[in-house]
Structure formats: structure tokens, C-alpha cells
Design a protein around this ligand. Structure first.
Ligand SMILES: [Zn+2]
Length: 134
């Protein structure tokens, strides 16, 4: 896959066009070691894109180790339909919440994930802590 395709997270750029993957979540997913997502919403978006692209390595790396489910696996065969970020709220100098709706289809069934996720910044990196289903 090239890197000029539209980013799975659906972020719209200043030109009102969808951002390319390489200019959006690809910056963080493809250069995890050197380029951390700069804020909680960017991390959240990049985690959604990593689900779409089945980058389980990135999902794991950006998940608080104490909360990472030992049996975690990306749902096979899921067709992701889109991400809608509803709200982003700073809850402290190194913590934030992002409310989002993500949709996917699997086995002919539509699934809607509505969650308020909590993120913390640790060692200069934002990571996913946990979330509440809404
Ligand atoms: Zn993106």
C-alpha cells in the first residue's frame, strides 16, 4: 500500500480535503519510535487507523501496559466504516479524555462503538489508559 491514500481516521485538512495517511496517522504509526502523537486526540485517531490497518503492534504500544488485555486481538474481518470524534477534554497537564463513535461491520452485522477514552502522558508519550462505553 502506498502512503498517499486518505487516512482511515477521516481527518479533514486545511484545504477541506481528507488528509493523506502519510500526513496524518501514518506519521505516528510508521515512526512510532521517533514521532509520538502530540496530543490525546491525535493518539486516539492513530489508534483507530491502526485498527483499520491491523497494526496490533501499535495498538499494544500505545496502551497502558497495566490495562492491556492479555487476550487482545483485532477483530478479524471487520470492515471499519468511520470515526467521529465528538469531544476532547483536557483533564490535567498530562491527562485528557476523548469521546468518539467508531463504526464497523463484521459478519453482516453493524457495530457501533461509543466510548469516552482516558489518555495519560507518560515519559513524553500519550497512551490509552481505559474508557467508558457510552
Ligand atoms: Zn489520521
Amino acid at each position: 500500500m502506498g502512503s498517499s491514500y486518505a487516512c482511515p481516521c477521516g481527518q479533514i485538512g486545511a484545504s477541506k480535503k481528507p488528509l493523506a495517511y502519510a500526513a496524518c496517522c501514518g506519521r505516528f504509526i510508521e515512526a512510532y519510535e521517533t514521532t509520538p502523537a502530540p496530543d490525546a486526540q491525535s493518539l486516539m485517531r492513530s489508534r483507530y487507523s491502526a485498527f483499520v490497518l491491523e497494526r496490533a503492534d501499535y495498538i499494544r504500544a500505545t496502551w497502558d501496559a497495566a490495562n492491556y488485555p492479555p487476550d487482545f486481538a483485532i477483530q478479524p474481518g471487520a470492515k471499519w466504516l468511520g470515526l467521529e470524534v465528538r469531544a476532547t477534554r483536557s483533564t490535567g497537564p498530562d491527562s485528557a479524555e476523548v469521546e468518539f463513535v467508531a463504526r464497523y461491520r463484521v459478519d453482516g452485522r453493524a457495530v457501533r462503538v461509543h466510548e469516552r477514552s482516558r489518555f495519560v502522558r507518560s515519559g513524553g508519550r500519550w497512551i490509552y489508559l481505559d474508557g467508558d462505553a457510552l
